[in-house]
Design a protein around this ligand. Structure first.
Ligand SMILES: Nc1ncnc2c1ncn2[C@@H]1O[C@H](COP(=O)(O)OP(=O)(O)OP(=O)(O)O)[C@@H](O)[C@H]1O
Length: 614
């Protein structure tokens, strides 16, 4: 019951939107139950008519109160063949058609109930999947650093599927079957209350194994989730790092681990299937026992054959929904587990949120200012009391050893994270007061890692600005020095690149990312090691494109290769999250300090104070 409550509470916001479908399904389900009762009455009336002198009814209700019931049965009896009476057209038509008609309507109602409820469940799950994807897009980067791709994939694919299964049974079986059971019991009680009580007494015999087995299924389901996550993680890692796996001969180890996980998964899946399928035969046993007792009772109490046949049929109709409810219970246990994992995800707060009434910013006018900014990803401070200004139109270089905090600084600027103290201001406005999309639109980021999507070249460039025309795309590619190589590709700008498409060299990928920045045409440009992975030829081609891109923009450039920073207006040298030196290239290279020692390492200057290289 608790689990059922969890699923209902979790699905409530999604449920509201699909009320018309659910309501239609419920009506069909209710009518289906009512027609089960009608079926039993017709059966009883048919058998009563069959014997020449039907026994008086043994129903629990008093004859006066039973008036309507008797009248209905008598009327029905006139439409059914009767022993020792002539067969008129009413009795022939009724005899042939009444039971099949009820069965047809009952069948149609069942189909309608399944149709409406399955559609509602499918739409609810589609809404849920969209909500999860929107949530993932709204979450800040720290969430993704803490989660594994495998776990997220299992949540989106497997958990929503388990949730779908539970919502489906909730809407089809759980919504309809209790009504069906109640109507069948009521009809049976009207026909013969003693036989009905007998059938009810056996219900606990169905419930106890159903509950126990559902608990076992839930345990197995937990195992399935944890091994599915491990397996998905291994799969993602293996596919994305296949070069490393081959280079380090890790194939066997990976396959062995995968096999172990697959075996464990199979064990848990088998346990779950057994728990699920055992429910049905157990209820069959109880149902057979019910039938045997029914026959004994009929003989012992001298109950009419018509009542016995109707109640026996009722028992068959009655145990079928009980069986379905028991199966549904297993699915609900699994679904509740998945609903909990999905709730955890949907309830995860984003650490970066836009303030209500945040200010719009469409242009960059004056300066960017870091005012005493400190930041930490967890325990240790990665940036400590940074203060500096980048005036509009200037080029600021950032240098420092690996891990000094250079990329972190740009992440704060794009508001992927917020400082833990101090503030970053654009034209005097704290970033936290600005609309996030407006803020990010002020920047173009060209970094060492170029993400290529599995789309055409043109679409990959248009990532820079939605709605860019083909002409603008080609213009951007020309300015980035990419047009020539694109023209030589099999389908030019329509060539598919990315995972399933043509592979590009590092220099070509970088030129595409510069084309994206050209088409974006934002006032502030961030270059994070944009040329560091390129060979000297590609570097000079890409560098030329970058010079073009920088024109008229405010630039923040991070570079290990210090010569790239030669034309910066100012360079900040960062060490362990602090600014340890600042000045222009000429000043820094001639002063004793970290910058000069890095320059010596790179062979830009020798150890003696010889001045600036040409
Ligand atoms: N997502 C993260 N979670 C936790 N710590 C992080 C995260 N990203 C970076 N760090 C840590 O923050 C510190 C600064 O990292 P950052 O990437 O900013 O350095 P960097 O100067 O850009 O280094 P590199 O030149 O090697 O790219 C490092 O100690 C790094 O381990």
């Amino acid at each position: 019951m608790q689990e059922l409550k969890k699923i209902i509470i979790f699905s409530m916001p999604f449920l509201k939107r699909r009320m018309p479908l659910i309501f239609s399904g419920l009506i069909a389900g209710f009518l289906f139950g009512a027609f089960n009762g009608a079926y039993l009455f017709i059966l009883k009336a048919a058998i009563d008519n069959f014997s020449s002198s039907p026994k008086p009814s043994t129903a629990v209700v008093a004859p006066s109160k039973n008036h309507f019931y008797q009248k209905a049965l008598n009327e029905l009896g006139r439409w059914l063949p009767k022993a020792k009476e002539p067969l008129d057209w009413k009795r022939i038509c009724g005899g042939i058609l009444l039971l099949p008609l009820i069965a047809t309507i009952r069948g149609l109602l069942r189909i309608l109930n399944s149709y409406f409820m399955t559609l509602a469940a499918a739409k609810i799950v589609a809404d849920l999947q969209t909500a999860i994807l929107s949530k993932l897009h709204s979450l800040s980067l720290d969430f993704f650093h803490k989660s594994t791709t495998g776990d997220l994939a299992v949540r989106i694919l497997n958990d929503t599927k388990a949730f779908y299964d539970s919502v489906s049974v909730l809407f089809t079986d759980v919504a309809k079957d209790p009504i069906t059971i109640a109507i069948i019991l009521f009809s049976c009680a009207l026909i013969d209350w003693r036989l009905t009580i007998l059938a009810i007494l056996l219900v606990p015999g169905c419930i106890i194994p159903a509950v126990t087995l559902a608990r076992k299924a839930r345990e197995a389901s937990m195992g399935i989730i944890s091994y599915s996550v491990a397996q998905s993680n291994l799969l993602f890692e293996s596919l994305s790092g296949i070069h490393v796996i081959k280079a380090f001969c890790l194939e066997k180890k990976n396959i062995d681990t995968f096999r172990h996980q697959a075996n464990e998964l199979a064990k848990h899946a088998a346990k779950m299937t057994i728990s699920g399928t055992m429910v049905s035969p157990m209820i069959d046993i109880v149902a057979s026992l019910a039938l045997s007792l029914l026959i004994l009772c009929v003989i012992w109490q001298n109950i009419s054959i018509a009542n016995m046949a109707a109640v026996a049929n009722g028992a068959i109709l009655f145990f079928a929904p009980i069986k379905r409810l028991a199966d549904a219970n297993v699915k609900i246990q699994e679904g509740a587990l998945s609903a909990r994992r999905l709730t955890d995800l949907l309830d995860t707060p984003s650490t970066i949120v836009e303030k209500p009434g945040a200010s719009s910013i469409k242009a960059f006018k004056k300066q960017i200012e870091f005012a005493n900014v400190s930041f930490s990803y967890g325990n240790e401070l990665v940036l400590k009391n940074l203060s500096f200004v980048i005036p509009k139109g200037k080029k600021l270089g950032i240098a420092g050893r690996s891990g000094a905090g250079k990329t972190t600084l740009t992440s704060l600027l794009l508001r992927f994270y917020d400082p833990i103290s101090g503030a970053i201001l654009i034209d005097g406005e704290d970033l936290r007061n600005l609309k996030i999309a407006d803020l990010r639109n002020l920047f173009s980021l060209v970094s060492q890692d170029v993400v290529i999507f599995n789309r055409s070249i043109a679409e990959n460039i248009a990532v820079g600005r939605a709605g860019a025309t083909r002409q603008e795309i080609e213009q951007a590619a020309k300015m980035a020095g990419a047009h020539e190589f694109i023209e030589k590709l099999p389908q030019g700008y329509d060539t598919l690149i990315g995972e399933r498409g043509v592979k590009l060299s590092g220099g070509q990928r970088q030129r595409l990312s510069i084309a994206r920045a050209f088409i974006r045409n934002s006032p502030i440009l961030i270059l994070d090691e944009a040329t560091s992975s390129l060979d000297s030829h590609s570097e000079s081609v890409v560098q030329q494109a970058i010079y073009e891109l920088e024109k008229g923009k405010t630039v923040l450039i991070i570079a290990h290769r210090l010569s790239t920073l030669a034309d910066c207006d100012e360079i900040l040298v960062i060490d362990k999250g602090q600014i340890v030196q600042r000045g222009n290239f000429g000043e820094l290279i001639t002063k004793e300090g970290l910058f000069r020692s890095m320059a010596i390492h790179q062979g830009i200057v020798t150890n003696s104070f010889e001045g600036i290289p040409s």
